[in-house]
Structure formats: structure tokens, C-alpha cells
Design a protein around this ligand. Structure first.
Ligand SMILES: NC(=O)c1ccc[n+]([C@@H]2O[C@H](COP(=O)([O-])OP(=O)(O)OC[C@H]3O[C@@H](n4cnc5c(N)ncnc54)[C@H](O)[C@@H]3O)[C@@H](O)[C@H]2O)c1
Length: 447
């Protein structure tokens, strides 16, 4: 069935991609792509009042309804909306009355899934998929870098629970699967409080493994390509032990994840916990915090705002980028497979950062031209000093994922960027990006 979205994504054979996920290892993770797209903008839809507020609502209801329907592509049935009043800097929230339809599963098929860090970028996409698939999902999050707004469209649904909790403290719940994602992932976030990052990686993982042991739940940890450090082997296979500076600026995250993996395999050997380890490479997609300092969001936001793109270093360092849907497919496949060794999940298409900046600029220009918003000045690419310990090369060897999970990325970097840029450009129209930060992620500090 062709998609109803104006964003058309074609696979390598020219066929339109209309769904994500697979029916594999006894777990069907397939959902229509339009169902996911309908969720991206929901928490970000804000209109700005143009006249004085009267009884909490000042917009012409018909005009507002039309604008909302246009923005949400007519999916107003289950969209939230809010009105921002600049005159007194207040906002009126409209709560949701209806939810997107989810699969009706037999109780024997329905899993009780705990997602720690489920209000973050990756977690919220995983939550969307698991909810649409009909499972019972509990999100555990302290909202350090995540935000309730990323999952607010599920709050109140009978299959969904949102718990504010710090994984550094023990937590008890009955569950069948634990996706342990809680940990800040972008350098400015994890370096904000390095001691807390180490505590989250170590004590958080210890607590969640203890929970998996008690409940006999299957446990998946989102590890990272950072365990390879600045690699001397290229591309990086899972049996490469890494090259990490244990005392550098990035060590709290890199070493934190390494010890989290050590703990995970300790619990497997000692207590027979059923574990899965995903080593995730750079991932991008809608709902990334535009100001979290990661290269994809940096470039897109700068280009959309008409600012020059900042490349750190001379732009010859390489990265590979995978689109969020591929990562979620990979995580679900891994969780439900028999593969308990670490598995790299990433896209092997490698770009220099300089090339990547040019690609983002080109795609933003294309999206802006199509929308009739082409800026008068072409943004430039400027170069600044490279931060310490920034890896020179990064590319996953994904042979293991291909063999054991039959998984490989379906989205090229260009396809993912086109979708992400058009979604960000739409949200930028109704919502200033400064405002996004206020309702999105604010670093509030943590002990
Ligand atoms: N996004 C990527 O490119 C990438 C790459 C490699 C690994 N990962 C891993 O994937 C996971 C998710 O990353 P993301 O990009 O969604 O990051 P994110 O910062 O958007 O999400 C992390 C979530 O964890 C929550 N959190 C942090 N500390 C917590 C604590 N102590 N207790 C409870 N919740 C806590 C945050 O509030 C947030 O919701 C992380 O474990 C990260 O290391 C991500």
C-alpha cells in the first residue's frame, strides 16, 4: 500500500518504503511508517496566539483547526495541541483524548517491556514501536536529557506507564524484557556531570541486571561504538577490544559503557541472566534534541537557521550514520534472537565530516526550495579546533548482525536526512527552536 505522506522514501530497488520492522525470531515488529510519522510532531505542535487571550483561548477556532489539520496531515483525531501566548509568556496545553490504534495481542503474545531511558531520543522511538505493536510498556526515566514530551502521546493509554525514577536507585517491577537505555549519550550531556555518568552506567546497569535476575526477564543493554575508543582497527568488528583513554574527557561515557558490558557478562556467567548487548553507532532521526551537540542535529539546525555549519577539525575525520528506524529494527531483532554476544548496530556508509556537512547543506536547501523558503544567503562551512580524544575514524563491521540477525540497514543517510530535515523544517515553522529547548530538554543537573 503506498504511503499517504509527502515524504516518499525509496529503497535500493526503487520501491517505496511503507513499513519498518520484520517478522523474525517469533516476534513481529512491523508497523506502517505513516503510523510512526504521525507521532513525530505530536508533542511539538504549538501555535502562537496573535491576539489577546480571552478565557484561555484567543485563536479563531476554524482557522486554528485548519492550520492544525494541515500541519498534522489531517491526523487531528489523536494530536495534542497547545497555544503559546507571547504577551505573558504562557502556554495553554490541550491534553489528548484519543490514542493511535495499537495491535490487539492475545495475553500470551503481549510482552511486559521495561524501557529505561524511554523518554530519550532512541527510547521514545522504541516505545512508539512497541506500543503500536500492542505490548505493555513501562518507561523509567529521570528526565535528565529526555523529556515527558517525547512520550506524552501515550500517557493515559492502558498499555503504557511512565515512571520518573533514577536507575542509580533500585527499582522493582514484573517484566519479560528490559531494554536498558538510560544514560546520556551526547558529549555535552555526559560530560556535564562525569561522576553521575559513571554512576548511571555502573549502578544503573547493576540495578537493572539485578531486576532481570529476579524476574528472569531478558536484558538488553544499549552499549556504544565508543567502547572502541579511537580505533586502530577499521572497520571495527565486535572482537576488537578498543583503544580508549581511561582518563580523558570522554572516559566517563566510554569506560562507563565498558564496565556496563563487563557487568552484563558477569551476570550472564554467574547468574545465568539472559543478556543481549547492542553496540550502537551514531544514530540520527526526528526527536533528536536539536541542541544536544551531536553533529547531525548541529548541522541541520545551523542550516535551517541560515547559520554557517561548524566543522571541528579539518573535516577529514570519518563517521557513519544510521537512521533511527534501522536502529529500532536492530534492537528488536537482537532482543528476540538467540545472539548473546555483542552486536554492532550501525550503518557502514562512511562519510568525512566535511562531506557530511555538504550533504546536509544540500538537503536543507532542497527541502527549503520545495517549500518555497530558500534563504537569500548560502550557508558556509567553517572549521574550528577539534576537541580532545575525538575519534578519527568510525565505521561498524556489521557482519555479525547480518549473519545472526539477518539485519542490515535499509535507509541510506540521504533518505533519513531528507525525512528528518523535512520534519524539522515543518516543526520550525510553528515553533521556534529556542522554544523547543524549553519544552524539550533542559539540563537541570543531577547528583
Ligand atoms: N543516539 C546514538 O547515536 C547512540 C549511539 C550509541 C549508543 N547510544 C546509547 O543509546 C541510549 C540512548 O541514547 P539517546 O541517544 O536516546 O540519548 P538520550 O540522552 O536522548 O536518552 C537517554 C535517556 O536516558 C535518561 N537517563 C539518563 N540518565 C538516567 C538515569 N540515571 N536514570 C534514569 N534515566 C536516565 C535520559 O533522561 C534520557 O531520557 C544510551 O544508552 C546511549 O549510550 C546512543
Amino acid at each position: 500500500m503506498p504511503s499517504t505522506s509527502p515524504v516518499k522514501v525509496l529503497d535500493k530497488s526503487g520501491q517505496e518504503i511503507v513499513s519498518v520492522g520484520f517478522d523474525r525470531f517469533g516476534f513481529n515488529s512491523e508497523v506502517p511508517i505513516d503510523a510512526l510519522r504521525s507521532l513525530y510532531l505530536r508533542s511539538h505542535y504549538v501555535v502562537t496566539s496573535t491576539s489577546d487571550k480571552v478565557d484561555g483561548d484567543s485563536l479563531d477556532p476554524d482557522a486554528e483547526e485548519q492550520q492544525h489539520a494541515k500541519f498534522t496531515k489531517g491526523l487531528s483525531a489523536y494530536q495534542s495541541k497547545s497555544i503559546f501566548y507571547p504577551e505573558d509568556n504562557s502556554i495553554s496545553y490541550t491534553t489528548l483524548a484519543r490514542f493511535p490504534p495499537v495491535k490487539l495481542l492475545a495475553p500470551s503474545q503481549r510482552k511486559r517491556v521495561l524501557v529505561t531511558g524511554g523518554a530519550g531520543f532512541v527510547g521514545s522511538h522504541l516505545v512508539d514501536r512497541l506500543m503500536l505493536l500492542g505490548h505493555d510498556v513501562t518507561v523509567l526515566d529521570n528526565f535528565f536529557t529526555g523529556s515527558r514530551t517525547t512520550v506524552s502521546h501515550w500517557v493515559g493509554h492502558p498499555n503504557f506507564e511512565l515512571v520518573r525514577h533514577d536507575v542509580v536507585e533500585p527499582f522493582m517491577i514484573e517484566c519479560d524484557q528490559i531494554y536498558h537505555l538510560a544514560c546520556p549519550a551526547s558529549p555535552p550531556h555526559y560530560q556535564f556531570n562525569p561522576v553521575k555518568t559513571v554512576k548511571t552506567s555502573f549502578m544503573g546497569t547493576l540495578n537493572m541486571l539485578g531486576l532481570a535476575k529476579r524476574t528472569k526477564a531478558r536484558f538488553l543493554i544499549s552499549s556504544t561504538s565508543e567502547v572502541y575508543g579511537d580505533p586502530e582497527v577499521h572497520p571495527q568488528p565486535e572482537d576488537y577490544w578498543g583503544h580508549v583513554n581511561p582518563i580523558g574527557d570522554r572516559a566517563c561515557y566510554d569506560e562507563g559503557k565498558r564496565v556496563a558490558e563487563t557487568l552484563t557478562y558477569g551476570y550472564q556467567r554467574q547468574d545465568g541472566v539472559d543478556v543481549r548487548v547492542a553496540r550502537i553507532f551514531n544514530t540520527y532521526g526526528p526527536r533528536m534534541n536539536p541542541y544536544d551537540g551531536r553533529v547531525v542535529s548541529n548541522f541541520i539546525v545551523q542550516a535551517l537557521k541560515g547559520e554557517d555549519l561548524t566543522v571541528y577539525g579539518d573535516g577529514t575525520q570519518t563517521r557513519s550514520f544510521q537512521y533511527i528506524h534501522d536502529l529500532i529494527d536492530g534492537l528488536i531483532c537482537l532482543m528476540n534472537s538467540d545472539e548473546s554476544r555483542p552486536v554492532n548496530i550501525g550503518n557502514g556508509d562512511e562519510f568525512t565530516i566535511g562531506e557530511f556537512a555538504e550533504l546536509v547543506r544540500e538537503i536543507v536547501e532542497k527541502v527549503q526550495s520545495e517549500a518555497g523558503d530558500r534563504p537569500s544567503r548560502r550557508v558556509q562551512i567553517i572549521y574550528k579546533t577539534l576537541p580532545n580524544d575525538d575519534p578519527q575514524k568510525r565505521r561498524p563491521d556489521t557482519s555479525r548482525a547480518k549473519e545472526s540477525l539477518k539485519w542490515q540497514p535499509r535507509w541510506t543517510v540521504r533518505m533519513g536526512l531528507e525525512e528528518m530535515v523535512s520534519i524539522l523544517a515543518q516543526s520550525q515553522k510553528v515553533l521556534s527552536l529556542t522554544f523547543y529547548v524549553r519544552i524539550g530538554t533542559v539540563i537541570t543537573g543531577c547528583r
